[in-house]
Design a protein around this ligand. Structure first.
Ligand code: ZN
Length: 131
């Protein structure tokens, strides 16, 4: 398995967790669609032992999730060899993969946001085989 592929699978797992956090934040907040409501997600970097958290607003999160190849990481947790910083704020960086295989994996695993039906499959299963 390519190094980039192993790393991105870890990131996709964190992204799945963050999708649940986002859903819960919206439900607890009671004001669905409140774009300025802030909550915390886990850092989506490639470090397996990273449990840092990033405070961001619902609208920031949803803008991030609009791009399936984008991930939010704590500043300094980006890995220049596999990803490119496309946006910086004082709280987090938005990084994007540039290896074609990583982009494909990320796009296929795009995480639906609140209100959309969840895909009918278990997360973490084997990837579909392709020629
Ligand atoms: Zn991190």
């Amino acid at each position: 398995m390519l190094r980039g592929e192993r790393l991105i699978r870890n990131q996709l797992f964190v992204r799945e967790v963050n999708a649940r956090v986002h859903d819960a934040a919206r439900q607890l907040g009671g004001s669905v669609g409140e774009p300025a409501q802030r909550f915390e997600i886990f850092c989506e970097c490639s470090r397996k032992s990273c449990f840092d958290r990033i405070p961001l607003t619902v609208s920031e999160y949803e803008a991030l999730r609009a791009d399936p190849t984008a991930f939010a990481v704590v500043p300094g947790h980006e890995i220049a060899s596999i990803e490119q910083v496309v946006e910086r704020s004082e709280r987090f960086l938005t990084v994007r993969k540039f290896h074609p295989e990583s982009i494909r994996i990320a796009a296929e695993s795009s995480t639906p946001t609140e209100g959309l039906p969840k895909p009918d499959r278990k997360f973490g299963g084997p990837p579909p085989s392709s020629g």
